[in-house]
Write a protein that binds this ligand. Structure first.
Ligand code: NDP
Length: 456
């Protein structure tokens, strides 16, 4: 009889956990996975997937307006939030079903309930305890809201997908991925949106031109920004909510959405008791092979708080399973991971920003173009797109690539391969573009816009 109930018990059936469980089972391991909520985790149930569907919905609004320039006369338009949300949730049910069938088909045992560590090789799920030779923490993260008077009246992205009606007046707090995406969604669907952010331009950490263009274009679409401003309190009123800002002004709203970051989901997980090191921010430190300080306990995805993106968690989970159960030692390379912000306009980015580049590469050249995408020559929409390359001066390697505008995420996904594998500006230039596209700009940018830059 085996010493342990399972070879692997995974806590958390999100992207990283499900991938690790399935791959480990494929390598012949006996695998259990526990989940306290719905199978699929943040990305599928309350993150990337429903968010992108709402973003598609919100884009129609300006598409109807743009269509007039092409000869279309669109009648009265009307939007139904309940219809959209119903359709989104049916899609999530379908996806959850697929995830469940994938686990089942791989021979993974799903244990429904909250899993907590009960020592380094045991997991407690309700009244039951299972033992496993190895335990993988894949519990993800959870929205974090600062403490202030009236915090109980605000929502996070989790609840945004369950609103019964489209709120006519929305305040979004924060300037990161989620704040910009939801401000854009609500604005596109027709809400009046105020975005309150403590910084001076959205998307801190991104290239400064990206930040400038996104801020400008979101404002042009109707989002009202309150920069260098904080909410000090929120009160319920007769017909909604009132946010008091630290500049003395007041915003009346039907919904106040906080997108002020996410924290690892490790509270009450039994980590300290099992001897697993936890940082002050709740994250679990791991080495390149997902190993914690306890030999039987591993961690992947947002709980490790490195690059909190689904494809990174998937890769980490896969590499963990191959390494531990497939006889194939693999680590995830966290360099040059591309990402997108599905704000309106979209952002796609890979590699370093102009500000960071000199610290890594010394002298650089910057190539960029800001232009009106072709469809807007007839639509009348004044939106301008940005394409930007950061090139290392000595080796001519393209070390940063940034796009703001229509299809930015799709464009950058393709170019990410070139940046990741170190192609040079000359190799970009030797690539003949596809005409007419926006992305052809990236292989036709001839001269640096601002000469050489260095770290001095
Ligand atoms: P981010 O860390 O991106 O942004 C948090 C924002 O909240 C920042 O603007 C931050 O300001 C602000 N903030 C933090 N604390 C406070 C405070 N006390 N008061 C006021 N403002 C505050 O977090 P998100 O929640 O937007 O997203 C979490 C992570 O999820 C992302 O970093 C990303 O990894 C992932 N994600 C990825 C998506 C994608 O790939 N498209 C989509 C959504 C999420 P400041 O900048 O000054 O620190």
């Amino acid at each position: 009889m085996a010493e342990f109930d399972y070879d692997l018990c995974v806590i958390g059936a999100g992207s990283g956990g499900v991938r690790a469980a399935r791959i480990a089972a494929g390598h012949g391991a006996r695998v259990a996975i526990c989940e306290e909520s719905r199978v699929g985790g943040t990305c599928v149930i309350r993150g990337c997937v429903p968010k992108k569907l709402l973003s598609y919905a919100a884009h129609y609004h300006e598409d109807f307006e743009d269509a007039a320039g092409f000869g279309w006369r669109v009648g009265d338009i009307e939007f139904s939030w309940p219809t959209l949300i119903g359709a989104v949730h049916r899609e999530l049910d379908r996806l959850e079903g697929i995830y469940r069938r994938l686990l089942d088909g791989s021979g993974v045992t799903l244990l429904e309930g909250r899993g907590t560590l009960d020592g380094p090789q045991a997991v407690r799920i309700g009244e039951r305890t299972v033992t496993a030779e190895k335990v993988l923490l894949a519990v993800g993260g959870w929205p974090w809201v600062p403490e202030f008077p009236g915090a109980e009246h605000v929502i996070t992205s989790n609840e945004a997908f369950h609103l019964e009606q489209l709120p006519p007046r929305v305040v979004v707090v924060g300037g990161g991925y989620i704040a910009c995406e939801f401000a854009s969604i609500f604005n596109g669907l027709g809400s009046q949106v105020h975005q309150v952010y403590r910084g001076d331009a959205v998307l801190r950490g991104f290239d400064h031109d990206v930040r400038r263009v996104v801020t400008r274009e979101m404002a042009a679409r109707g989002v009202v920004f309150h920069f260098e401003t904080q909410v000090t309190r929120v009160d319920k009123t007769g017909d909604g909510l009132r946010a008091q800002l630290d500049d003395g002004s007041v915003l009346e709203a039907d919904c106040i959405l906080y997108a002020t970051g996410r924290v690892p989901n490790t509270r009450g997980l039994g980590l300290q008791e099992a001897g697993v090191e936890v940082r002050a921010d709740g994250s679990v430190p791991v080495d390149e092979y997902a190993r914690t300080n306890v030999p039987s306990v591993f961690a992947v995805g947002d709980v490790t708080h490195r690059i909190n993106l689904t494809p990174v968690a998937l890769h980490e989970g896969h590499a963990f399973a191959d390494t531990q159960f497939g006889g194939k030692t693999r680590a995830t390379d966290h360099e040059s991971v591309a990402s997108a912000v599905f704000s309106h306009p979209q952002v796609g980015t890979v590699g370093v920003s102009e500000e960071d580049a000199p610290h890594h590469y010394g002298e650089i050249d910057v190539y960029q173009s800001e232009f009106r995408p072709m469809r807007h020559t007839l639509s009348g929409n004044p939106e301008k797109a940005l394409m930007k390359l950061i090139v290392e001066r000595t080796g001519r390697r393209v070390v940063g690539l940034h796009v703001v505008g229509p299809d930015a995420a799709e464009i950058v996904q393709g170019f990410a391969v070139a940046v990741k594998w170190g192609l040079t500006k000359d190799q970009f230039d030797a690539t003949i573009g596809i005409h007419p596209t926006s992305a052809e700009e990236l292989v036709t940018l001839r001269s640096p816009v601002q000469g050489a830059r260095n770290s001095s």
